[in-house]
Design a protein around this ligand. Sequence first.
Ligand SMILES: CC(C)(COP(=O)(O)OP(=O)(O)OC[C@H]1O[C@@H](n2cnc3c(N)ncnc32)[C@H](O)[C@@H]1OP(=O)(O)O)[C@@H](O)C(=O)NCCC(=O)NCCS
Length: 205
Amino acid sequence: MIEGLQLRHRNADEAAGILDELVNLYLEVHAGGGEFYSEDRFRRQLSMHMQRVGWELVTATFDGVLIGYIYGFPLPPQTRWWDGIHQPVPPGFTDEDGTRTFALSELLVHSNWRRQGIAAALHDDLIGARTEPRVTLLVRTDNVAAQTAYRSWGWSRVTQLRPNWEAAPTFDVFVRSAHIVKPKGLHVGAAPSQPGPLPCQDDGS
Ligand SMILES: CC(C)(COP(=O)(O)OP(=O)(O)OC[C@H]1O[C@@H](n2cnc3c(N)ncnc32)[C@H](O)[C@@H]1OP(=O)(O)O)[C@@H](O)C(=O)NCCC(=O)NCCS
């Protein structure tokens, strides 16, 4: 890992203090991405997601500057996360009870810091701390970097989904077992993170 890189877990209360930093990095990373990646929509997404029980953020900072983050939350029984899913899916695939599935909603790394294992470290640090057996996320079909990364981390594509949000694209639905043992040599080690307290998708519930 990069010397001086800090990974830190934060719950929603702790994240509220760095809301503008989260938004600014999102806007910088997705600049030119179109209407879906607007400040207004992302602020609404964050505000909604941060109210979810079990919401968790892991930030990557260097010299106190935010350079990447990942967040997600467990899907509650009445979740609308799966609204817009393309059938067919296996029976019971979208059944949730609040403990079955952790949904990754954002993962991003500043362009100056890419291909150094930071996304992998954020991903492993967040998922490794979760108790839900299954993780899910949505990723654009044309997002080569993310598609390649997720597949290399053991994720599989199940179907597609178009969220019920204005200007939302159609995403691939990926799932993975939360706790898989990686073959030696594939793991990117996370820097020690402080103990603490899951585009890609908006949970409208
Ligand atoms: C996707 C993203 C988070 C990856 O961040 P990163 O820190 O560069 O990723 P890592 O260094 O951990 O790379 C892990 C693996 O992903 C794959 N990967 C990453 N960037 C890639 C690229 N541009 N092309 C092909 N594969 C890529 C590689 O397999 C890489 O492993 P390797 O470097 O050993 O070959 C980053 O490109 C990003 O922020 N993109 C914009 C936001 C985004 O699309 N987020 C995902 C939304 S679902």
